[in-house]
Unconditional design. Structure first.
Length: 236
């Protein structure tokens, strides 16, 4: 039987959520450097020392916010998967589209978790050593799709033993996935993430008027790796 949280616990949970909301507002107005425990405390009517009872450092707050953002991305990706029908390739492509949509709609949040190398994010990423970490959960969501697709149409991975050794951290972190799956996932991720990052950071304006067709072309190329034509995107 689950015990209901006490009033004190509910108040603490609400305060933590309010602090993280304040951090996200500051992120949107001035980027990661704008996040400040003192500024959040001032906006909430708290003293600076009081806020340290909830987050012992700015890095701790930044890491907690990053975890929430990874979970938010994962929720969007999983929702896209669950509404894409039964075809695992269609699911994967809609998951990638959902990730792009989230990133384009939330450029500051994307920059924090996938473009920022501040100390809070470095500590957050360094803690990604088990399956329960928010970053690992997002990665596992995509890896499961790649595993299903690879099992349906197995393919090899170039590089032999050298590549297998190189991919050891990814494979061990996610339950010793086959090296072929790790290779497919990582090569697809670097290509798709690269395009998304260039779009978010506005580095494609010199080359394209609309990044979406380029992204769809990359998805079609990914589909061909599984010897299957890419299902068309759903209408708006």
């Amino acid at each position: 039987m689950t015990t209901a949280p006490t009033r004190r616990e509910r108040l603490r949970t609400a305060t933590v959520a309010e602090i993280k909301d304040g951090a996200r507002r500051l992120l949107r107005t001035g980027g990661a450097p704008a996040i400040s425990l003192r500024a959040i405390a001032r906006d909430m009517g708290m003293t600076a020392p009081a806020i340290y009872r909830y987050f012992p450092s700015l890095d701790a707050l930044t890491g907690a916010l990053a975890g929430d953002l990874y979970d938010e991305v994962r929720a969007a990706v999983e929702a896209a998967r669950d509404t894409a029908g039964a075809d695992p390739l269609a699911q994967l492509l809609d998951m990638a589209r959902a990730f792009r949509r989230w990133a384009v709609a939330h450029p500051d949040e994307f920059t924090l978790i996938m473009g920022n190398r501040g100390s809070g994010i470095e500590a957050f990423e360094a803690a990604c050593t088990d399956a329960g970490h928010p970053g690992a959960r997002l990665g596992a969501t995509f890896l499961r799709q790649f595993t299903v697709l690879w099992e349906r149409a197995p393919s090899g991975a170039p590089g032999g033993a050298a590549l297998e050794r190189s991919l050891a951290p990814l494979r061990h972190r996610h339950g010793a996935v086959p090296v072929e799956v790790a290779y497919l996932f990582l090569t697809a991720w670097t290509r798709l993430y690269g395009l998304i990052a260039m779009e978010v950071f506005q580095h494609l304006r010199w080359a394209v008027t609309d990044p979406e067709p380029l992204f769809e072309a990359e998805l079609a190329s990914l589909a061909r790796q599984f010897h299957t034509p890419a299902p068309p995107p759903k209408g708006p």
